[in-house]
Design a protein around this ligand. Structure first.
Ligand SMILES: Nc1ncnc2c1ncn2[C@@H]1O[C@H](COP(=O)(O)OP(=O)(O)O)[C@@H](O)[C@H]1O
Ligand code: SF4
Ligand SMILES: [Mg+2]
Length: 389
């Protein structure tokens, strides 16, 4: 848990402190610094602007939740942290440092040292991450031996131990199974075991519980929290499920059309959101408002094309609050990610002059009538030195 800002006060970040000779990283330095990252893919149809000017940091021990609809750039931005994009077909701008090491433009040898040990990723689809021709045990063993100078038998013991820890029954015999002999939930666990085998300092979990039943989901989230307690790992959890965010994340980054549109401590984001797209996300999660009878109000329309993103605010074609903004600002001018009205370390990208009045009078009565008359939790938090769950 942390109450430190994960976005600098200026919206940009201090230069990574550790990179220069003689600079000694401290525990307080962010472990991951993503600074003005843009990821673009040239295609036959034009340039896909998958991620635009994205900045955030994550410290050891902190969990950052990245949330947003499908196609908002969550996976593309995270894959850039592991330098997994093909340099021939990707245009990357900005900087990403992991433990002080620059990743953008890093050579393969540098990335091999970082991947698995410094930063590991749990992919959305376990089948694409596990090789069908090798046993689960062989794959975990190999992942371990890249970074640990140990014999095959020692590594196999470690693989069994990891499978056991992620809750694979009879790990000693199942270690010799092939991926297709595992159920979907077991493959997901095996992949988590492989991601955790080197005790990574940063773990990126890309929709780790999608397509799993709720019991397995809960076990996997518990496992990630155990990892964090044991190794003080930094975690990025990518999800479209605000329930998962509420349970796991210290801080939230809401992405829309490849950009950060609202960021801040989880509690503030869930109780005093200031960006209409975040309101839309919250409206689809009755649990967050603790009212199971709350109406589910889907966000109208579809996410924009990243080939030709809308001018102005990327959310403007779907935003019903546009008329509250004077003039044509919403369609002409991209709002900056500026400090929000309420709460420390809370930022939002929206031109609305008084988002809380709109939220309280128009959004809350629709999704949680019993909360509509109350003070917003964020207003109590405003001005306090420390916020966070
Ligand atoms: N290699 C690629 N070439 C062209 N477009 C891509 C490529 N990879 C991803 N995209 C596009 O980038 C956008 C962001 O994708 P992604 O990060 O996977 O979204 P999500 O938020 O669902 O994880 C999507 O519009 C996707 O179609
Ligand atoms: S800037 Fe305008 S269009 Fe964008 S979210 Fe705010 S009110 Fe809606
Ligand atoms: Mg994705």
């Amino acid at each position: 848990m942390t109450s430190e800002s994960f976005l600098g006060t200026s919206g940009s970040h201090p230069a990574p402190q550790q990179a220069g000779p003689g600079a000694v990283p401290t525990a307080e330095d962010p472990f991951l610094v993503v600074d003005h990252l843009s990821v673009r893919f040239p295609t036959h149809d034009g340039l896909v602007q998958a991620v635009s000017d994205l900045s955030y940091t994550v410290r050891r021990g902190q969990t950052l939740g990245i949330v947003g609809e499908s196609g908002s750039g969550k996976s593309v931005s995270s894959m850039a942290v592991l330098s997994l994009h093909n340099p021939k077909s990707t245009r990357l701008e900005g900087s990403i440092t992991v433990g002080g090491q620059e990743v953008v433009g890093a050579d393969d040898a540098t990335m091999r040292k970082l991947r698995g040990k410094e930063v590991a990723m749990i992919f959305q689809d376990p089948l694409t991450a596990l090789h069908p021709f090798y046993t689960v045990g062989q794959q975990i063993t190999e992942a371990y031996r890249i970074h640990a100078d140990v014999s095959k038998s020692t590594a196999k013991k470690r693989a069994i131990e990891m499978l056991d820890r992620v809750g694979i029954p009879q790990a000693r015999s199942r270690v010799d199974d092939y991926p297709h002999q595992f159920s979907g939930g077991m493959r997901q666990r095996a992949m988590i075991a492989m991601s955790l085998v080197n005790d990574p300092k940063l773990l990126i979990a890309d929709e780790p519980t999608t397509a799993l039943d709720v019991t397995v989901q809960a076990q996997i989230l518990d496992l990630l929290q155990d990892l964090q307690r044991e190794f003080n790992s930094a975690i990025i959890i990518i999800t479209h499920d605000l329930g998962v965010i509420a349970e796991m994340a210290d801080d939230v980054l809401v992405m829309y059309a490849g950009r950060a549109v609202e960021t801040g401590p989880t509690k503030l984001l869930l109780t005093a959101p200031e960006m209409p797209y975040t309101w839309g996300l919250l409206s689809s999660v009755p649990d967050v408002a603790a009212d199971t009878d709350a109406r589910l109000i889907p966000i109208p329309g579809n996410p924009p094309s990243l080939l030709n993103p809308p001018s102005g605010c990327p959310f403007n074609p779907r935003c019903v609050y546009k008329p509250k903004v004077p003039g044509e600002l919403c369609v002409t001018t991209l709002p900056e990610l500026l400090p929000a009205k309420v709460g420390r370390d809370h930022r939002r990208r929206c031109h609305l002059p008084d988002p809380h009045e709109t939220y309280r009078l128009e959004v809350l009565p629709e999704i949680a009538p019993e909360l509509a008359g109350q003070e917003l939790a964020g207003q109590e938090l405003a001005g306090q030195e420390k916020v966070g769950p």
